[in-house]
Design a protein around this ligand. Structure first.
Ligand code: FES
Ligand code: FE2
Length: 423
């Protein structure tokens, strides 16, 4: 449970709010790279409550500008991409990727008025098939050296989903290991189900068998390491290690040689983008299959076809025969149901957290500390300007069986080791 004041601190994301200022100290994805092909049109994007125009100039440089022209506010996402920048359609002012106004064709020759105009601009980089932006003050920190941002193209598949709720609800769903035993439960095994490394069954079979995992949380430099440990049969333990990564990212394990990222970027206080990355360390992904699996479930505007407006087309017969919740096999839909129906901004002053919610409580405490750090003029955690500290070898996300007779606390790295060693 949170006080209404702390709930507001954690869920406000706009400019000038304490939470928004904390979030602005980090790089965030703002688009998929494929949305902005060379020679393509600018994109209108709304991030952290700010309306912006994202574009790639003819030299391939990325720019993220305030969407309203500094002259008389026409929308720059309609602008022409030319002469190294964006040229406004209304009167032809030209901006470069840094927000410098290069031309004001209507002004008298020799005028220096353009030099007085500095348009809002944020730095952007392309990494791991995502376009990331830094919307904070000062020199941007280093782009975090997350493994999936520097992996070969064939090891990464990116996508995104529009979510009609505050980003914190997305964050909290990722570090809530018990929901795997219910929300995503299938009553019949899928032939494509992933077998757990070292085990005899699918993850679904273990989640169904043990609905009351032991949950332990460890604070780290990047956020939280979350252990959820279920009965693995015959004295063995099924150990999942997931993570909360400041301020809005979570990898979810796919065995020991890959994971799926959810990165929850506020659009505004009541909507967010869930950027998704499938990452496989040990070989190429079947990207065609992933693309087919994803886009066959999606409607317009990056909203799944089963969504809040059609009650996720819940099927009560499916709830008897196939799945616990009757909303199909696409996990994204399950999570949309869970997070969007909590309300646009969940009122955490009336919830009742149980012992299995300890990672959620810890994550809130860390984010409140991060907000305070920024208010006091410090960098928040997981921000660095020093290449020697830009190291995520200890960000391990994996799941596997730890055999009977082993203390999982002592030996989890050994059995989940590809998550750490194969780098
Ligand atoms: S409004 Fe953009 S050039 Fe005038
Ligand atoms: Fe989920």
């Amino acid at each position: 449970m949170l006080s209404p004041e702390d709930n507001a601190l954690l869920t406000q994301t706009g400019p000038g709010t304490p939470g928004g200022e904390m979030l602005r100290r980090y790089w965030h994805p703002v688009a998929l790279a494929e949305e902005l092909p060379p020679g393509g049109a600018p994109l209108a994007v709304r991030i952290l409550g700010e309306d912006l125009a994202l574009f790639r100039n003819q030299y391939g440089e990325l720019g993220l500008l305030g969407i309203h022209c500094s002259h008389r506010a026409a929308d720059l996402s309609y602008a022409r991409v030319e002469d190294g920048g964006l040229r406004c359609l209304y009167h032809g002012w030209l901006y470069d990727v840094h927000g410098n106004c290069l031309e004001q064709p209507g002004e008298p020759e020799g005028s220096t008025f353009k030099d007085k105009v500095k348009h809002l601009a944020y730095p952007c980089v392309e990494a791991g098939d995502l376009i990331l932006a830094y919307m904070g003050p000062g020199e941007p920190p280093l782009v975090p050296a997350y493994e999936f941002l520097t992996a070969p193209e064939e090891s990464v598949f990116t996508s995104k989903v529009f979510s009609s709720c505050n980003y914190l609800q997305g964050n909290e769903g990722n570090i809530d290991p018990v929901h795997l035993s219910y929300l995503h439960r299938f009553l019949r095994e899928d032939e494509r189900a992933r077998a757990v490394v070292g085990g005899t069954g699918s993850s679904n079979s273990y989640f169904t068998h043990d609905v009351s995992p032991t949950i332990e949380v460890e604070e780290t430099f990047f956020g939280l390491r979350v252990f959820s440990v279920r009965d693995g049969g015959d004295g063995a333990s099924y150990v999942r290690v997931t993570n909360f990564v400041y301020p809005n990212m979570a990898p979810n394990p796919q065995g020991v040689d890959g994971f799926n990222i959810n990165w929850h970027v506020p659009i505004d206080d009541t909507h967010h983008w869930k950027f998704r990355v499938n990452f496989k360390r040990g070989g190429p992904l079947d990207k065609e299959q992933l693309r087919e699996d994803f886009y066959s479930q999606m409607g317009d505007g990056w909203v799944p076809r089963r969504n809040l407006s059609n009650r996720f087309t819940q099927d009560r017969e499916e709830m008897v025969a196939t799945s616990f919740i009757g909303m199909g096999r696409f996990f994204v839909v399950h999570d949309q149901y869970a997070t969007e129906t909590q309300g646009a901004i969940q009122d955490r002053s009336v919830e009742h957290l149980g012992t299995t919610d300890k990672a959620i409580a810890a994550h809130r405490r860390l984010l409140l500390q991060a907000i305070r750090a920024v208010q006091e003029g410090d960098d928040p955690p997981n921000v660095t300007h020093d290449p020697a500290h830009n190291d995520y070898e200890d960000l391990i996300c994996a799941d596997a069986i730890v055999p009977a007779g082993e203390d999982w606390r002592a030996s989890w790295r050994k059995y989940l080791k590809m998550g750490a060693a194969a780098r």
